[in-house]
Structure formats: structure tokens, C-alpha cells
Ligand binder design. Sequence first.
Ligand code: FES
Length: 577
Amino acid sequence: MSETDPVGRPLGPPHDGEYPRPESARMVTGPQRAPARAMLRATGASDSDLGKPFVGIANTWNEATPCQYALKEVCAAAKASILRLGGLPREFGTITVSDGIAMGTEEMRTSLVSREIIADSTELMMRAHGYDALLALGACDKGIPGLLMAAARLDRPAIFSYGGTMLAGAFGGQRVTIQDMFEAVGAYEVGGISLAELEALGHVACPGAGTCAGLFTANTMAACAEALGMALLGDASIPAVRPARIAAGARAAEALLHLLRIDLRPRHILTFEAFENAIALVAAMGGSTNAVLHLLALASEAGVHLTLDDFDRVSRRTPEIVSMKPGGLHTMSDLHEIGGVPVVLRRLLDAGLLHGECLTVSGETLRRSLGPRPAAPPEEFVRPVDRPFRANGAIAILRGNLAPEGAVVKTAHATKLHHEGPARVFDREEDALRALGERRILPGDVVVVRYVGPRGAPGMPELLAVTAALVGQGLGETTALITDGRFSGATRGLMIGHVAPEAAVGGPIAGLRDGDTVRIDVDARCLEAGLDASELAERARATPTGPAPAPPGALEKYRRLVGSAAAGAVCSSGGFP
Ligand code: FES
């Protein structure tokens, strides 16, 4: 029996009625519910178990991808904690799509769709079986936002705990990640490395269990879960292969029982200020542009009115102070060695750049949870706010006649913020990849990949295969890319995504033609073509191309439901009345 809760308060043995259990009591109490009790006894529950709070454990564990591999043991430890504290754990699985595996194929369309399936399936399991609280165990890019979206939607006591990051590999004296693997494909295509070298890298780039090792999307979102207050501090950076990962799952379970006892719910935690904290963290660390999409979607579920302008505003006031891959030097496990995400949060809080009074799943405010100031981290890794890597944060929102609703760019460790050049327009990702393979993309070009938005693809795939090929071919500094699709957290270079409205709904990007001049000016927050908006609109109406057909099933259904990337690409009205 743990004697204290995660913030050190006494946690005595639970007794009857100690925990609110409104959902499970409704499910199992009274003569009418005798069949439900019979079914539950067949799962091994005793009569006394039926009087305990039911704790749903949504687990994205599966064998599809290394990102998930720690979660089986994490879940076992969490279950033991829940039982010890007087709850009845009920584990259920939900899905994962591995972007690292699907990337560069048309199956990448399934990725963002999976976020909705994770949220929906978790919601339905929790509702259907009367679970009083949610332990959300997840990893990979969509597991984290999907589970958090379900938590916000249900608004029952909930906590997130992570599957953990992968360690970096080693190759030729360099530390490598999956990002190097994708860029090596581009280098191979231009003869920069041999096939043998490409294959040798492939044997060491991913050395074991865990999520993609840099500050790519999964690690960005795990860090956001801490900043939002939905995960215990320190949870995000613990590597998947460390025993501490398993202990973190047990700690999260204990904290969840405390949340249930004090009835602290996700919407108490997920306030507008909490979202500003998460945006500030992404801006300071150079996190993935996918955080924009996912935080918008999560805010929608929580009934919080968050817009693209909030990202630009918070990012402008937040200095970029952390050096993490893909733009910088370090991996998530490196961050763990210097104290994890709390080190960055503490630095931002001390500079007045966070809202310290936001509540967290510890039951305390962020300020109290962060505790005393940690030892100063190395400056080549985490800078003081008055000597940042860049004065502004890593996310910028661009607008102009090509993106009247907005577009997203990551500027982390950017060497170039302006570009003007001729458009090279592709209506399919594979056409852009073919042009790159045939060396038809030239310095100065603006590669345009369209009809790959939420509705267009459908599913708004990430274009890491294209962006990495540009970098691998040595074109990363001399070209730019714009798309109504999105990017992997491993993308670097001047890449503008989430262009909205997307081509598939007649957005101006559909009116671009080869050779049109495109101007990108990040400082001026501008993305425009050298044409009148009316001419772009006329051309978009007349364009003979439309979105590719969607196969019947999940993708076709998603196309009918999904909204604009500028609002998070959500499929429902969320938490708004
Ligand atoms: Fe799962 Fe990268 S594929 S985190």
C-alpha cells in the first residue's frame, strides 16, 4: 500500500464509499442490473469488486511498432497499483498506426484517421462499461492526442502515462534516429551513399523499444501532456527500456485514484491557460507542427476556444531555448538525463512565460508540482531565456492569398525564413517523389503538394518522405515546400503545411500552376502567390483535378466528416454546446 499520494499527502487504505463511483454504481446496482453483475463475475470480479470504482485502462499496446512495446509491463504495474488502492482495473486495447512504417506510402492516409478511432473507441469502451476513471496508456503520434481527446470528451477523472522514447542509435560515430534513415534514402537517390550504407544504417537507426527518438510528434505530444497538466511531471522523457518507465505507470495509477477521490476532472485541468502553457513549451523546444493540429482538436473536445492565432501569439513571446532533434542536437532520452520536461517548464515559469496556477493531475498547481529549482542544465542544450537560440518560438502561422485560413511552419533552428521561387505543383505525393527521384526539382523551386489535406487525401498524410528527400538531395536550404498535408516531427527545412482551406474544398492552393511565383516570408507571416486572389479562385474552380478516390470504409467516412486543419481536423462539435 502506498502511504502517500504523488505530492506526499497521506493516502490511507480506501474504505467503502471513499471513491465516487457514479458510472460503475449505475451499471451494477439494483435488480435490473443483475445480468451485468453476472457477466462481470464471469470476468473474475468478486461481489466485493463490484463495489469498487471501475478504472478503465485504455492501452495502445500492440506488436505493430516499437513505440508501444513497453506498455504491456507498464499496464501490469498500473493494474497492481489500482488493485492495491481499492479500484477494479479493466484494461482494453485500442489501435495504433505507425507513421514510421506507413510514411511515404498511400497508407499514410490512415494515420490522422487513427487519432479519431483511438478517441472514439476509448470513449465508447468507457461509456459502455461504466468506468469511473480513465488511465490512458499510449505512445506513438496519435495515441497521445487520441487518448487525451477521449479524456476531455468523457470528463471523468483521467491521467495519461507514456510508453517512452527510444534511445538513439549509433552509426559512423554519429548518433542517429529514424530521421537519419529517411534522409539517407534521399542521399542514396542522388548517389550520396551506397545501398550497403543505407542498409547498414537501417540496422542501427532504431535500436529498440520506444517512440521515435528526437523531439518528433510523439515526444512532442508526451511533453505537451505534462505542460497541459494531464501527465505527472517527468513522465514524458523516461525511455521505454528503463525500469523507471514501469514505475511511472504505477505512479500514474496511484495519482488517478487520488484524482477520483477528489473528483478532479480533465476539464478542470484543460483550461485555456493550460493550452497556452503547452503552446509555450512547443515553441520553446521546437516541437512538431502536429502539436498545432492536436492541441486544437483537444481544445475543441474540452470546450476551449483555441485558434491558430493563439499559437502565433504565444510563440512570438516565447524564446526558443532548447536544442532538440530534428533541428537541434539532442534526443528525448538526452533530455531525461538532465531532468526532463520539468527543467524546461521551470525555466519558462521563472521567466513568467507559463501560467503556474493551472491545476495538474498531481492534484496541485503546476507551480507547486514543479517544486524547487533544479540544477542549471548545460547551455548548449537548454539556454537561459535571455540568451535563447532564437528570440521567438518555433511555431509561426502564415496567411495570405494561398492560405486565407492559415498555414503552419516550424522555424526551430531555421537558417532560412524567406523564399521566393517558381511553383512546382503536384497533385499526388508520389508524383513529387518521382520528380525528386528523377532530379527534376531544382534549387529555388517551391514544391507544392496538394489534395493531401484532411478531406483531400483523405487523412492529411505527413510528407516526410518528400521533405527528407529534399534534405537528402542537398536541396533543403535552396528550396521550400508548401502543402495542405502535414509534416512529421522529423521534418526540417522551410516546409509550410496545414494550408487551409485545402485544395479538395476549393482552397486557393488548387489554383496554383507550375511556374507561378510563390513568396514565403515568415517574419511577415505571409504565404502568397503573385496572382490576384480572384484569379486563384477562378483557376481553383476550373481545375480538372480533384481529390483521389477514397476506398470505402474508414477513409471514405472520414472524408465526409472531417473539418479544416485550421480548426484541428476534427470530426465532431467536441465540447462546445
Ligand atoms: Fe511511433 Fe514514430 S512511429 S513514434
